[in-house]
Design a protein. Structure first.
Length: 77
């Protein structure tokens, strides 16, 4: 393994430090974009509306079904 001079090692460290800084800034930008829930809602508005409609349909149907069961029980007694 060839020996590197102290200056070569310093240059390598500085190059790695600069590359790390660029990578960190890119990562910060990506994290900020992914965690921006308002942007996610705007980008996926149709999917959110469909999901809300389906959830409402099932919740409403579930409540109606339980209400119907309770009404039947009261009539039997």
């Amino acid at each position: 393994m060839p020996q590197r001079s102290p200056e070569e090692i310093r240059r390598s460290i500085e190059a790695n430090r600069a590359e790390l800084a660029v990578s960190l800034e890119r990562l910060r930008g990506d994290v900020a974009e992914v965690t921006d829930w308002r942007k996610q809602l705007r980008d996926h508005q149709q999917e959110v509306l469909i999901g809300a409609a389906v959830a409402g349909f099932f919740l409403g149907g579930g409540i109606a079904a339980v209400g119907g069961l309770l009404r039947r029980r009261k009539k039997r007694w």
